[in-house]
Design a protein around this ligand. Structure first.
Ligand code: PMP
Length: 404
C-alpha cells in the first residue's frame, strides 16, 4: 500500500504543524533551554489535593467514573461550570448551554465540524494560536487574517475585511483570543471588545471566543469576555488546561442550546464523551476550592517569571524591540532587529546555542511573522531564564555576523 501517496494531500495542508512537532521534539533534549512550549509550571499543581480528589472519586463512585458518560458531559460538572461563569463573568447560562470537551482544542474542532465546510471563510488574528489555524486548515477553510497589534485584534481592519468580502462571501466565523493572546500576549481593551462585538453583530458573523488564559491575570483590571457583551453572538471556549492541568484533557464550550445540540452530535464521532474519570476528579477538586487556590499559587509564579524574563531581555538584548508587555498568560512576543529571520535564527539557536523558542511564521495563516518570535516563560525554571536569554543573545549576535 502506498501510504505516502494516500497521506500526501493531508500532509501538505498540515506542513506548519509538522515543523512545530519537530521543534517540540528537539526541545525534549535536557541540554536545550526551551522557551518553546506553552506548558504550565508543574510546581503550581496542588498534587496532594488532586490525589485526595482522585481517591475519593474512585472509592465512592469508581464504577461510574471508569465507565462511559453522557456525551454532553457529567451533569454536575456542567452545573459547576455555569455557576463559575455566573460568578466570575456575570454570564447566566443553563446546563443545556454547556458541553464538556476533551480540551479547548477539541472544542474548536467541534465548532468547526458544526459550522464550517470546505472553502468556508474564517477570520483569524495575524498572528493567532497555531493549533486553531491547524484546525481550520484541516477543515479546508480559507483563512482571512486580521492584524493583531499590542492591543489585540484591530477592529478597523476587521471591518475592512468584512466589507471586502461582501454579502456573498460572508465569513462563517471570527476566531479571537481576547486576553493574553497566544502568541502575542496582547489583550483587547474594553473599547475594542465592544467594537468587535458590534461589528460582528452588524455583519451577522458569529465569534468564537477563546478564553484559555484569561484567568491568569497578574496585573490590571479584569475585562468582560465578549460573551458577556453579546450573549447570543459568541461561542465561548474555555479549558481546564491552564486553570487546573492539561493532562486532564478537559475543556468546555458555552453557547446557544441549538448549537450545543449539534456539537453533541459531532462529538459522537470524535470520542463520544470527554474523560469521565477526569471530569469527576476535577469537579471534586473544584468544589473544594482547589482550582482557585491553585490559581492563587500560579499567578504570582508566572508574574515573577515574566518580570525576570523582561529584566534579562532589557539587560542583554537591548537591540530587540519588545512588542507588548503581557498582563497575564504565558507568552512574550519579540520583534527582532531589522533584517533578522526568526526561522533561520531558530535553527542556529537550537543547533549552536541550545536554546529554543517558536518562530513567528507558524502563527500566521498567510505570509508573515519572520521578524517575530514567541517566548513562553510558563514552564522554564526561574533560575534558567537568565542563561536562556544569554544564549538567545548569542544566537542573535551570531546571526547578525561579525559586523553586528
Ligand atoms: N486556546 C489557546 C489560545 C491555547 O493556547 C491552548 C493551549 N495551548 C488551547 C486553546 C487549548 O488547550 P487544551 O486543548 O489543552 O485545552
Amino acid at each position: 500500500m502506498d501510504w505516502a501517496a494516500r497521506t500526501a494531500a493531508r500532509n501538505a495542508r498540515l506542513e506548519v504543524s509538522r515543523a512545530v512537532t519537530e521543534i517540540l521534539r528537539l526541545t525534549e533534549r535536557p541540554e536545550v533551554i526551551s522557551f518553546a512550549g506553552g506548558l504550565p509550571d508543574p510546581s503550581a499543581f496542588l498534587l496532594e489535593e488532586f490525589e485526595d480528589s482522585a481517591r475519593r472519586v474512585l472509592r465512592e463512585r469508581g464504577g461510574e467514573a471508569l465507565n462511559y458518560g453522557p456525551t454532553a458531559g457529567y451533569r454536575p460538572l456542567r452545573r459547576w461550570i455555569t455557576e463559575r461563569m455566573a460568578g466570575r463573568e456575570g454570564i447566566q447560562l443553563g446546563e443545556e448551554n454547556v458541553l464538556v470537551t476533551s480540551g479547548g482544542l477539541e472544542a474548536l474542532n467541534l465548532v468547526a465540524m458544526a459550522l464550517l465546510e470546505p472553502g468556508s471563510t474564517v477570520l483569524v488574528g495575524a498572528p493567532s494560536y497555531l493549533a486553531a489555524l491547524h484546525v481550520f486548515s484541516s477543515h479546508q477553510c480559507r483563512m482571512l487574517p486580521v492584524p493583531v497589534d499590542d492591543e489585540g485584534l484591530e477592529p478597523d481592519a476587521l471591518e475592512e475585511a468584512l466589507e471586502r468580502c461582501g454579502a456573498d462571501d460572508r465569513p462563517r466565523l471570527l476566531y479571537v483570543i481576547p486576553s493574553f493572546q497566544n502568541p502575542s500576549g496582547a489583550t483587547l481593551s474594553l473599547g475594542r471588545r465592544r467594537r468587535i462585538v458590534e461589528i460582528c453583530g452588524r455583519y451577522g458573523v458569529p465569534i468564537v471566543e477563546d478564553h484559555a488564559y484569561a484567568d491568569l491575570r497578574y496585573e490590571g483590571d479584569p475585562l468582560p469576555p465578549l460573551a458577556a457583551l453579546s450573549p447570543d453572538g459568541v461561542i465561548f471556549v474555555h479549558t481546564f488546561s491552564k486553570i487546573c492541568a492539561p493532562g486532564l484533557r478537559l475543556g468546555w464550550v458555552a453557547a446557544a442550546r441549538e448549537l450545543i445540540e449539534t456539537l453533541v452530535l459531532c462529538k459522537i464521532g470524535t470520542d463520544q464523551c470527554a474523560n469521565t474519570l477526569g471530569q469527576r476528579i476535577v469537579l471534586d477538586f473544584a468544589r473544594r476550592g482547589a482550582i482557585e487556590r491553585q490559581l492563587e499559587r500560579a499567578v504570582p509564579l508566572y508574574r515573577r517569571k515574566r518580570d525576570r524574563l523582561e529584566a534579562e531581555l532589557s539587560r542583554r538584548l537591548p537591540g530587540v524591540i519588545r512588542w507588548s508587555h503581557p498582563e497575564g498568560g504565558f507568552y512574550l512576543w519579540l520583534r527582532l532587529p531589522e533584517g533578522a529571520d526568526s526561522e533561520s535564527l531558530l535553527e542556529r539557536a537550537i543547533a549552536e546555542h541550545e536554546v529554543a523558542f517558536v518562530a513567528g511564521p507558524p502563527f500566521y495563516a498567510g505570509p508573515g511573522g519572520r521578524e517575530f518570535l514567541r517566548l513562553s516563560y510558563s514552564f522554564i525554571a526561574e533560575d534558567r531564564i537568565e542563561e536562556g536569554v544569554v544564549r538567545l543573545s548569542r544566537s542573535l549576535s551570531s546571526c547578525r555576523g561579525p559586523a553586528a
